[in-house]
Design a protein. Sequence first.
Length: 150
Amino acid sequence: MERIASFTVDHTVLNEGIYISRIDGDITTYDLRTRKPNTGELMDHYTMHSMEHLFATMVRNSEIKNDVIYFGPMGCQTGFYLLVRNAEHEKVLSVIKKILKKIIAYNGEMPGNSPVECGNYQSLNLTAAKKEAQNYLAILQNKTTADMLY
């Protein structure tokens, strides 16, 4: 079998941040790396699931909502993938930072917080999502599009 693109990236040199993982036609995959890989510090399930619900809801209601293809966690528990059509990197980075600030300030009900909407709705924790958003925003605070390349 051919190796998939994400397995060709040297994870021993990756740090927390944001990277352009790949571009396929008009779709850009962003690697939102919240943890340095292979250091033992992983996102717990509650944090990962809660961030997924909040960020996915907010990005699909943002100024780039019509171009969002997907937002979800990495199986390795060190970050998330965001897929955007017709991406303008500066705009996407700006939207990500805005959403992180919104998550930090959010005090409403967790989106998708029912057995009808989610297959594991009881594993959502707003406090965990807020903490994760705060930590990741600090990492991204001074990042620019020049920092987005592997």
